[in-house]
Ligand binder design. Structure first.
Ligand code: B4P
Length: 195
């Protein structure tokens, strides 16, 4: 299975990606986590990424695309993967299409977590208190929501047009959302089998 999980910052992508990937038995790959690991390790990539992340902006496509291409080339991705937070721009969609085409592969489904804007912000403010992420300040949270609406929301139309999009209500407990996602996964599996 080759899957994407999409949703605005705070929608629960990272939380659900880990659960879903373990259900399917594929790696969950979060570009945000890879960037944060590089920031923590003070690598050259981390130094570039930090500047953008702390401002609530996207890391440039060239940097992100090269990183994802490398990661998807690793052995654990041969049987599938769940990408969390990638693609986020139309250029990243094109790059992912090219990576998959190069391996004679295709995307099986895209799940979108849908949540009210105020709940998104409240969740991130709570995380700011608990985890102290440098991009969870009120001003940066606001900017990240704007960037999502401008640059990433249009991707949903693209994937809907390809017949791949499954939109899920992301309000409720983590468990409830996982149950809804697992049902969507069943629909994706059925579509893949019938192909
Ligand atoms: P991400 O790490 O993807 O950050 P995010 O959008 O906030 O999502 P995250 O997964 O952390 O939060 P979640 O909704 O799960 O990206 C961070 C930054 O990296 C970006 O802003 C950008 O700068 C850069 N970046 C990443 N990918 C990029 C790309 N492709 N191109 C360019 N730049 C890129 O969870 C939010 C909170 O809600 C958590 O505290 C969680 O505990 C809580 N929560 C989850 N589910 C809940 C539920 N059901 N009920 C209550 N709380 C819940």
């Amino acid at each position: 299975m080759r899957l994407l999980i999409m949703g605005a910052p705070g929608s629960g992508k990272g939380t659900q990606a880990a659960r879903l990937a373990s259900v399917v038995g594929i790696p969950a790959i979060s570009t945000g986590d890879i960037f944060r690991a590089n920031v923590a390790g003070e690598t050259p990539l981390g130094r570039v990424a930090r500047e953008y992340m702390d401002a609530g902006e996207y890391v440039p496509d060239q940097v992100t695309n090269a990183m994802v291409r490398d990661r998807l080339g690793e052995a654990d991705c041969a049987a599938g993967f769940l990408l969390d937070g990638y693609p986020r721009t139309l250029q990243q969609v094109e790059e992912l299409d090219a990576i998959l085409a190069g391996g004679d592969q295709r995307l099986d489904g895209v799940v979108e977590l849908v949540l009210d804007a105020q709940i998104l912000v409240d969740r991130l403010l709570l995380r700011a208190r608990d985890e102290g992420r440098t991009d969870d300040t009120p001003a940066v949270i606001q900017r990240r929501q704007e960037v999502y609406a401008e640059q990433t929301a249009p991707l949903l139309t693209e994937y809907a047009g390809r017949g791949l999009l499954h939109s899920i209500d992301a309000d409720g407990s983590v468990e409830d959302v996982t149950t809804r996602l697992t049902a969507a996964l069943g629909a994706i599996r059925a579509a893949v089998t019938g192909r």
